[in-house]
Design a protein. Structure first.
Length: 458
């Protein structure tokens, strides 16, 4: 399962040979570690306007050294480019060209983060063109960066500001090692709904203290498919971030499930999520032990790949039943239950296959695109409440699922990403944890890809 080429090419002699031969040279990614320093080097806040000034002030409060212009030769941890003032495409030249200087100064694992307004909220075609243009420009920058650096964007919707608690939560996520394998992606942020974020979370968003290590303290989370793979890692990361975890999986995986639950100090619940009473059993378990259900992570999923021409009913129906029908049924019951918190979060695992399609996966892609449809429709119903629902779409992640891909195809799939490697389960888990946190209160109905900017996945 391990990426031996990645390890090899990060040793001196093979690195030189790979460079001479023009072979891919993936970098070891900067991932979150306890006590992480968000930005050991200065952070450039480029762009004009009150929003940029206010954001620079907040970063200073986070103990980050802030620059408003590039200083020749000085290394940068990140470049944050605030482009919310753009009203026509010509306005992009100055900030983007300044960003061009900055990217040369980024340290390995550096970050480019655009902050912009939505083209959907533009006042006319010129402003929409400028805003949509930023999308294309930043995605291209993400393709160009090397050394494990990434470029992502935060799109402000409606009256959201650059210093709204959710904007700052997203900024912190993108700056941090938690977003290591999120690249070339945009997340839309609405102004944080009142009552949906605790005073503590709002205060820590502004000061930058306290949230880093235990953002889920006091929350109860249910993770389905937690006995192994990505689900086991999600259970571990949510517990690491302070949540009490209920690990759910089928009875046949009972032993592994118990081991995961024990290792994260959580509880195990053997439930087949396709059972009609699955949600009732989960709610009952949570109510008796913890009182309130704050976070639901729909992670359990299966593949039964076949070309459509050879597809049989059982393969099609089982994938739909596990990957989407169960979620629809359970959500209906969770949402109607008083046990589900008024600030509850639902995070559902989609897949890049559900976005781009994949040969041999028409059933799986139907289920995962279905997840995206479900998330968007449910988000509209949640609108204005303290609840949210979002999807995480992993690309190529190093798991048992992708270990089944033939070796050569697997090598190629890894190198196709902008980061020239597959992601790790922890990359997906960290993104799920972010979307589950108070800091993500204004993010609803989004699909965040964890794919290294690659649409090849599982
Ligand atoms: P995995 O097969 O390793 O683990 C899935 C878990 O779900 C297993 O423990 C399994 O027992 C459980 N499960 C299956 N059916 C269940 C049911 N009816 N009730 C309860 N539990 C059930 O898979 P993974 O690679 O860890 O993937 C996790 C999620 O991420 C899935 O939804 C998958 O579609 C998605 N995903 C994975 C990748 C990847 O590269 N691995 C890429 C895109 C999306």
């Amino acid at each position: 399962m391990a990426d031996a080429y990645l390890d090899l090419v990060n040793t001196p002699l093979p690195a030189k040979i790979a460079k001479a031969l023009g072979l891919p040279r993936p970098s070891v990614l900067r991932r979150w570690t306890p006590g992480e320093v968000l930005a050991p080097h200065p952070v450039l806040v480029a762009g004009a306007g009150a929003g940029a000034d206010a954001l620079a002030d907040v970063l200073l409060g986070w103990d980050v050294e802030v620059r408003r212009h590039v200083l020749p030769g000085e290394k940068l941890s990140a470049a944050v480019v605030v482009l919310e003032a753009a009203t026509e495409p010509a306005d992009l030249a100055a900030p983007m060209l300044e960003l061009g200087h900055a990217v040369k100064l980024l340290v390995p694992g550096g970050r480019v983060i655009g902050v912009l307004r939505s083209a959907a909220d533009a006042s006319g075609p010129a402003q929409a063109a400028a805003r949509q243009g930023i999308d294309g420009a930043l995605r291209s920058v993400a393709h160009e960066l090397r050394g494990g650096a990434t470029a992502n964007g935060i799109i402000l919707r409606g009256d959201a500001t650059t210093t709204d608690p959710t904007t700052l939560g997203a900024l912190r996520f993108f700056l941090s090692g938690r977003s290591a394998y999120v690249d070339g992606q945009f997340v839309e942020v609405a102004s944080t709904p009142s009552g949906s974020i605790t005073d503590l979370a709002a205060a820590t968003a502004a000061s930058g203290e306290g949230v880093a290590d235990q953002p889920l303290a006091g929350k109860t989370a249910v993770v389905t498919g937690a006995a192994r793979g990505i689900g086991a890692k999600i259970a571990e990361v949510l517990a690491r971030d302070g949540a009490r975890v209920v690990a759910v999986d089928v009875p046949a995986a009972g032993e592994q499930l118990a081991a995961v639950a024990n290792s994260v100090g959580g509880t195990a619940l053997q439930v087949d999520i396709t059972a009609a009473d699955a949600a009732v059993r989960i709610l009952d378990h949570v109510r008796r032990r913890f009182g309130t259900l704050d976070i639901v992570v729909h992670n359990a999923g299966i593949t039964r790949d076949k070309l459509l021409a050879n597809m049989d009913a059982s393969r099609w129906e089982s994938v739909i039943a596990v990957n989407i029908a169960s979620q629809l049924r359970m959500n209906e019951q969770f949402i109607a239950s008083p046990v589900f918190s008024e600030t509850g979060r639902i995070v559902s695992l989609a897949s890049t296959s559900g976005i781009a399609g994949n040969r041999g996966q028409s059933n799986y892609a139907a289920s995962k695109a279905g997840v995206i449809g479900m998330v968007r429709a449910q988000a509209a119903e949640f609108g204005g409440t303290g609840r949210s629902i979002n999807a995480v779409a992993p690309g190529f992640i190093e798991t048992d699922m992708t270990a089944k891909i033939p070796p050569l195809t697997r090598q190629v799939a890894r190198r196709l990403s902008s980061l020239q490697q597959g992601g790790l389960p922890v990359d997906v888990a960290d993104t799920v944890a972010f979307l589950s946190s108070d800091a993500a209160a204004g993010i609803n109905g989004q699909v965040l890809r964890v794919c290294g900017q690659n649409l090849v996945g599982a």
